[in-house]
Design a protein. Structure first.
Length: 372
């Protein structure tokens, strides 16, 4: 297949996102042996320090792909059965009927029916995603709170279920991936961070990726600005934030180069076996936290490309930061984009996010990056 990296078009698309209102963004796009890296805007709106394409970044729920790969390695070794009830391994956090009917696979593909713990950990987000009834004050209250994942899991497990185990569509819930972190610890006898680091991050050869739970990002990085739908004006910097609130679901730090390298090796069958990768790519409908229906597998979701090409990867957000990493099924064309502003849309009278120029500009960048 002919390489088709239009560097001038990628540079222009990046700059357009910045001019639309994004403080800073950076990206890497690959096509075969060709590599383009670019950046636009600032890492710090106060000093004007520019972003660079090699910056480390909180990648949010992209962490789920790493956690899912680690669990599937344990499935391959016979320590975990994908369709076994989670209560077999974790009877205390998921007791009774829920533990008997919710399988490991259901946690991985968000069909467990378990509620999201986030509104309970962050009281001012109690109506999330009914955005008009939320407020940002809990974000500051918990900037340096050290959460125990067991407590967060209990919030989700004891809340009213959002669906029956295995039902369709599923409901995206971080509770699922905290349970998968605990599952890894139960069967490996080590921490989830240590296991994922040794068997996924290091196995993939990643040099700038880590799974922390602390509040700081080491090395060059951008400030992360949260607007919370116009309720924080001007947007506030949350680049220092204790990430124990999302642990094995969304606390990883990486670079755009490492993300492309990781997904390339994953889709080439070098992190999990080809049969495990096929399980990851079995998708069903899931309602996202934004209320959209997406196709979701086991820590992966697809995006359609031109013709019949399909890209696989994941997106992620934290307070103030966002990332999207997508790799074509043949591992040749890849895109990873990081931004340092989140929830830039203001709400209309019904509480729905209004369109913003950043939305169209990002969509245009993704098209150029993925499709040439």
């Amino acid at each position: 297949m002919r390489n088709s990296l239009d560097c001038a078009a990628l540079d222009a698309a990046m700059e357009h996102v910045h001019r639309a209102g994004m403080p800073g963004l950076f990206a890497e796009v690959r096509d075969g042996d060709q590599v383009w890296r670019g950046a636009a805007g600032v890492a710090d709106v106060t000093t004007g320090r520019p972003v660079t394409a090699d910056m480390r970044h909180r990648v949010g729920s992209i962490t789920k792909t790493f956690t899912a790969a680690a669990v599937l390695q344990q499935v391959e070794s016979g320590q975990i059965e994908l369709d076994a009830p989670i209560g077999r391994y974790l009877p205390t956090p998921v007791p009774g009927e829920s533990g008997d009917t919710t399988t490991v696979r259901m946690l991985m593909n968000h069909t467990s029916g378990l509620a999201e713990y986030l509104p309970y950990a962050y009281p001012s987000l109690k109506a999330f995603p009914a955005l008009a009834d939320t407020g940002p004050q809990s974000l500051d209250d918990h900037r340096f709170t050290r959460f125990d994942p067991t407590e967060l899991i209990e919030m989700g497990v004891t809340a009213s279920a959002v669906g029956a185990p295995g039902g369709a569509p599923g409901m995206y819930s971080n509770t699922n991936y905290l349970l998968l972190g605990q599952l890894l610890e139960q069967v490996t006898g080590t921490t989830a961070e240590q296991y994922i680091t040794r068997n996924v991050i290091e196995r993939a050869g990643l040099r700038d990726t880590e799974l922390p739970a602390g509040p700081y990002v080491d090395g060059p990085h951008a400030r992360l600005y949260e607007a919370w739908f116009g309720m924080i004006d001007p947007p506030r910097d949350y680049s220092e934030y204790d990430m124990s609130w999302v642990w094995s679901a969304a606390s990883a730090i990486s670079t755009v180069a490492d993300l492309n390298h990781f997904y390339g090796r994953l889709l080439a069958g070098e992190i999990v076996s080809p049969s495990s990768l096929a399980q990851m790519q079995r998708t069903g409908p899931v309602i996202s936290q934004e209320g959209r229906t997406i196709d979701y597998g086991l820590g992966l979701h697809p995006m359609d490309g031109p013709g019949r090409s399909v890209f696989w990867g994941h997106g992620g957000t934290v307070w103030g930061g966002g990332t999207l990493a997508m790799t074509r099924a043949d591992s040749k064309r890849q895109m990873a984009v990081a931004v340092n502003l989140q929830r830039w849309n203001r709400l209309d009278s019904s509480g729905r996010p209004q369109p913003h120029p950043i939305d169209d500009a990002l969509a245009a960048l993704y098209r150029v990056a993925m499709h040439g």
